[in-house]
Design a binder for this molecule. Sequence first.
Ligand SMILES: Cc1cc2nc3c(=O)[nH]c(=O)nc-3n(C[C@H](O)[C@H](O)[C@H](O)COP(=O)(O)OP(=O)(O)OC[C@H]3O[C@@H](n4cnc5c(N)ncnc54)[C@H](O)[C@@H]3O)c2cc1C
Ligand code: FES
Length: 258
Amino acid sequence: MSQAMMTVVSQTEIAKDIFELRLKGALVNEMGAPDQFLHIRVPGDELLLRRPISIAAIDADKEECVIIYRTEGKGTTIISQLTAGDELDILGPLGNGYPIDMLAAGQNALLIGGGIGVPPLYELAKQLHAKGVNIVSCFGFKNKDEVFYEEEFAAFGKVNIATDDGSYGKHGFVTQYFDELDGFVPDAVFACGPKGLLVAVSKTFDPSLTYLSLEERMACGIGACYGCVCDKKNSTSAYDNYRVCVEGPVFRAEEIVL
Ligand SMILES: Cc1cc2nc3c(=O)[nH]c(=O)nc-3n(C[C@H](O)[C@H](O)[C@H](O)COP(=O)(O)OP(=O)(O)OC[C@H]3O[C@@H](n4cnc5c(N)ncnc54)[C@H](O)[C@@H]3O)c2cc1C
Ligand code: FES
């Protein structure tokens, strides 16, 4: 983990309020595991706390990486105004990403994402595909305007999409369609998205084979403030919990209480 400046290569709005930001810098050489995150200092003097955003793609040859984020408040709105050549102060890469060593060529991985939980699954899909793992992706979005990266994921396997209002793909929550996987039996399940989605995933699939990426509000991002704790299964005291920024953001479903 280092703190360094990275340069904006490009910024594109790829769906409603969803931005794809490509960054360049030596920090990319430290990136590896899918779904580690960057802790970004928002330009200007107004906002003290860094904002955590997952790494969506790593291009080591070009020393570039991609983050994809939704404008939620002041911080992400300021970041969305950056253009090529601007610089960002980044701390990272932070956290433990999705493990992939336990999967071998020919095994099956199911990727499940909700909204802005989809981006961190992209680097995962890339790395699993390179290993020869079969991939099926199931993604849920609010509506057609917010759908993104369908084609990019389709390069790695089948993509099922559902929208809350039925304006694209299947109608309803993506979690309603887990029994329509056409006989695809996952050897591991990887999910990222809102808590309701993570709860449904952990109830549906074997929790020892299911990896969930959690999002908690963060302050330090490096384990010092305990601002991001989540409940540990079978914890022995109120102080026996996990810090999402250090022990996570990815946990096996059987390790945590959602
Ligand atoms: C490990 C990690 C990875 C993340 N990766 C991504 C990503 O790849 N793409 C992306 O769009 N977002 C991601 N987030 C969420 C992102 O950090 C917040 O949306 C962002 O910090 C909001 O900052 P802001 O100043 O724009 O909004 P603020 O003004 O700080 O908040 C605006 C709204 O967003 C909510 N919010 C703020 N932070 C979080 C959070 N951490 N989790 C849930 N809700 C939050 C607030 O409750 C409020 O309603 C990630 C969060 C974590 C912890
Ligand atoms: S954000 Fe400070 S311990 Fe996780």
